[in-house]
Design a protein around this ligand. Structure first.
Ligand code: MOS
Length: 751
């Protein structure tokens, strides 16, 4: 089925937040953020800003009727700073005026006095000073201490990976207005409408039933709107409820880049031990997560890192610790992969370093350690339906890895200043929120008298195509024309207490809830048809908008059946609730069965490196990916290609830089480079793994949002191999992103 939104997206008629027609009397808010990364506020002079014609009010922490607390997991984050600031851009005040222009001008006239404190930017330093956001956690299996003795090779090193800006096309925004009886409506650019509702209720001190959050769709999110859409939404709601007027806030690109958190950078020490036939006997790592000024989602991201530190490998003895460190940068947050890419980078770095020291291709180590059926993950889950070996075998059969390696070796023989490199990147990604209690969803289905169907779920459409997948599920289930199905906006008054659309699980959870609701409606309709035809409902099938009895078409159409059900006073509305079965996790033992299933895949990446300039081209990305039984191959292709490119960007060109004062140096598109069409791989080909999907996923499909991102990690190691071919005396280090500047230094490093 075609994505029903494809036409309206490309013709510009799909409504995003900024397209909502504004009510008369709408006011506009601009946030005044801290000009300092760390300090005590000793004075705040709002007089000049207030005096600006067109300014209605300036809000600070003292205007909050409820709690000045927007922490999603931990109560450690204020909506407005009180007496201290912890990062540059931290909201201090909200200026509300007749126009955004006026509000911005007035915000520039706010005079804040800050007694500066030294900003802490390095997570290792934060750790030394005891600045942790939450208690550290360790996952372990077997016994690394004794295992080291049994290893023939033990290799140690350090791996650093950088932040990443989400760069969703649509910046954070919200539009809020009072409805009646002290209630408020918020249109928010959030992945988590129920979170916005809960926090707004806390800040405004009104019950949740008086806060209605509505999301039509987002112009991209990538995790950046899971937690960090909240402050904008709550500020708009606060101003609207106090001023009794509609208030709109849309962050400028610069404000969005400076104020909101990114992917967490990690700095890690690792140790890996191998036998002489390259089996990894032991792996240990201590990882410093740059969690920054407030916890935000850091605890959950730390957890997903721990779950993915052994990627697609079985390692019998492991011990991995993550420290979540408090620094003076904007609160880092969810970003596609949610900590897993950072964890996988470390194990791949350890393997690459071992390979370099043993002077063998890394893929020999990778292949020797792939997970097998019934192996144990270090968190206690038994690996089932393991596909990594098959992915690799299919990849080899389809794309002939040996030949690619041979071609590259020959190319490197023939050329002096151009070199090629190659890497293999296996991926094993767990599906389910690691917080078991979040794995449930609801769907509310109305069949209207004319046979059209309205569906509300907790899923937020953010360009990933979840609405199309849900519509497809409904079309298949009711066997009606796609034109009959409408996916409604995501709204907290229709579907309550939802989890954010995240963890690649939007379609799985909400689609299953939709199946539950839909099947109940179908049972009722079959009952009506049975009454109409004087037969048992078991003889009835609904197909192609017609009622079939014992496989023979009857005269009754879908429309007639629905109309008849309505006249017979049968309910045409149903609410479905789905909770992922089986999963659990014991945080005291750090063991359990946290994931419903795993998604597997393997990629080969080749690069061409210009050794005079340090610039490079990603030549080929060849993938075998386990889509399960794809619900929509076009949508899944978009997710796969976009994920790969975003992963390559993180590993190669996207560099978030701060100066020593904690000022972001890369706060515009002229200083922050994301992959464009020119940096896309010349060839990106993939095959779907030929396999039956396992039971728990939606109609045997598999989650697609995050897993492909991690194929991009291979770009880093492919580049390293090209550098080593040119400069054999270089000892590989692991400091991502590997920008052309860094490549050039390494090409001529003679240590
Ligand atoms: Mo996603 S990074 O789980 O919003």
């Amino acid at each position: 089925m075609k994505n029903p939104e494809a036409i309206s997206h490309s013709t510009g008629s799909s409504q995003y937040l900024d397209d909502i027609p504004v009510l008369k009397n709408t006011l506009y808010g601009v946030i005044f953020g801290s000009p300092s990364a760390h300090g005590k506020i000793s004075g705040l002079d709002l007089a000049a800003a207030h005096a600006t014609p067109g300014v209605h009010r300036i809000f600070t922490h003292s205007d909050i009727p409820g709690q000045n607390d927007i922490g999603g997991i931990i109560s450690d984050e204020t909506l407005f700073a009180v007496d201290e600031v912890h990062y540059r851009g931290q909201p201090v005040a909200l200026v509300v005026a007749d126009s955004e222009h006026t509000a911005r001008k007035a915000a520039g006239l706010i005079n804040i006095k800050i007694s500066e404190l030294e900003p802490l930017l390095d997570p290792r330093l934060a750790m030394e000073k005891g600045q942790l956001l939450i208690p550290s956690r360790t996952f372990r299996m077997g016994d690394v201490r004794t295992a080291w003795q049994a290893c023939d090779h033990v290799i140690e090193g350090r791996a650093d990976c950088g932040a990443q800006e989400h760069l969703y096309l649509e910046t954070q925004g919200a539009y809020s207005y009072p409805t009646d009886n002290g209630s408020i409506r918020i249109h928010s650019s959030t992945q988590g409408p129920a979170l916005v509702q809960r926090i707004a209720s806390k800040v405004l001190s009104i019950p949740m039933n008086r806060v209605e959050v509505d999301v039509a769709r987002l112009g991209g999110a990538f995790g950046g709107k899971e937690d960090q859409a909240t402050f904008v939404a709550v500020m708009a709601a606060l101003a609207a409820s106090i001023l009794h007027r509609p208030v709109k806030i849309t962050l400028s690109r610069g404000d969005d880049m400076r104020m909101t958190g990114k992917r967490h950078p990690y700095s890690s020490d690792f140790r890996i031990g191998l036998t002489k036939d390259y089996r990894i006997l032991a792996f240990s790592s201590v990882m410093y997560q740059n969690g920054v000024a407030a916890a935000d989602l850091s605890p959950a991201i730390m957890e997903r890192t721990l779950f993915h530190t052994t990627n697609a490998y079985f390692i019998p003895n492991t011990e991995v610790t993550v420290h979540s460190c408090r620094t003076n940068l904007p609160p880092n947050t969810a970003f596609r992969g949610f900590g897993a890419p950072q964890g996988m980078f470390v194990i791949e770095a350890a393997i690459a370093k071992a390979a370099a020291e043993l002077n063998i291709p890394a893929r020999l180590i990778q292949q020797a350690n792939f997970l097998k059926e019934n192996d144990l993950f270090q968190y206690g889950q038994i690996a089932l339906n393991v596909n990594i070996g098959k992915c690799f075998a299919d990849l080899d059969r389809e794309f002939r890895i040996g030949e690619i390696e041979k071609e590259i070796a020959e190319f490197n023989e023939r050329n002096t200043f151009f070199r090629k490199g190659f890497s293999l990147m296996p991926v094993c990604f767990g599906i389910s929120f690691t917080n078991t209690s979040m794995n449930h969803a609801r769907a509310l289905v109305h069949i209207y008298q004319d046979g059209s169907i309205g569906i509300s779920t907790g899923a937020v459409e953010m360009g990933q195509g979840v609405n199309a997948k849900l519509a497809q599920v409904a079309v298949g289930l009711f066997s009606v024309d796609p034109g009959r199905v409408k996916i409604e906006t995501t709204n907290t008054s229709r579907v309550a207490n939802t989890s954010p659309t995240a963890a690649s699980s939007g379609a799985d959870l909400n689609g299953n809830a939709l199946l539950i609701a839909g099947n109940r409606l179908i049972e009722r309709l079959k009952g009506v048809a049975g009454q109409m035809l004087g037969c048992s409902p078991g003889e009835i099938v609904l197909r192609d908008e017609k009622v079939f009895r014992n496989e023979a078409p009857t005269e009754i159409t879908w429309e007639q059946l629905v109309r008849e059900a309505f006249l017979r006073r049968v309910s045409l509305t149903e609410n479905g609730h789905y909770a992922t079965p089986v999963i659990y996790f014991d945080k005291l033992k750090e063991k359990g069965h946290p994931f419903s299933y795993h998604v597997y895949g393997t990629a080969v990446i080749t690069v061409l490196l210009d050794c005079l300039r340090g610039i490079y081209k990603i030549e080929k990305v060849l993938i075998v990916h386990d889509f399960g039984n794809s619900l929509n191959p076009d949508i899944d292709r978009g997710q796969l290609e976009g994920g790969v490119l975003q992963g390559i960007g993180w590993m190669t060109m996207e560099e978030v830089l701060f100066n020593s004062d904690g000022r972001m140096l890369t706060d515009s598109l002229s200083t922050y480079k994301v992959p464009d069409i020119y940096s896309a791989p010349e060839i990106l080909e993939y095959r779907a793994l030929e396999t039956e999907g396992p039971g728990p996923a939606l109609l045997k499909s598999k989650a697609i949002g995050e897993p492909p991102f991690m194929y991009g990690i291979g770009a880093f190691f492919a580049l390293q191999n090209a550098i080593m071919s040119f400069n054999p005396s270089w000892k590989p280090d692991f400091d991502a992103p590997l920008t052309p500047e860094k490549v050039l230094m390494r090409l001529y490093d003679k240590k």
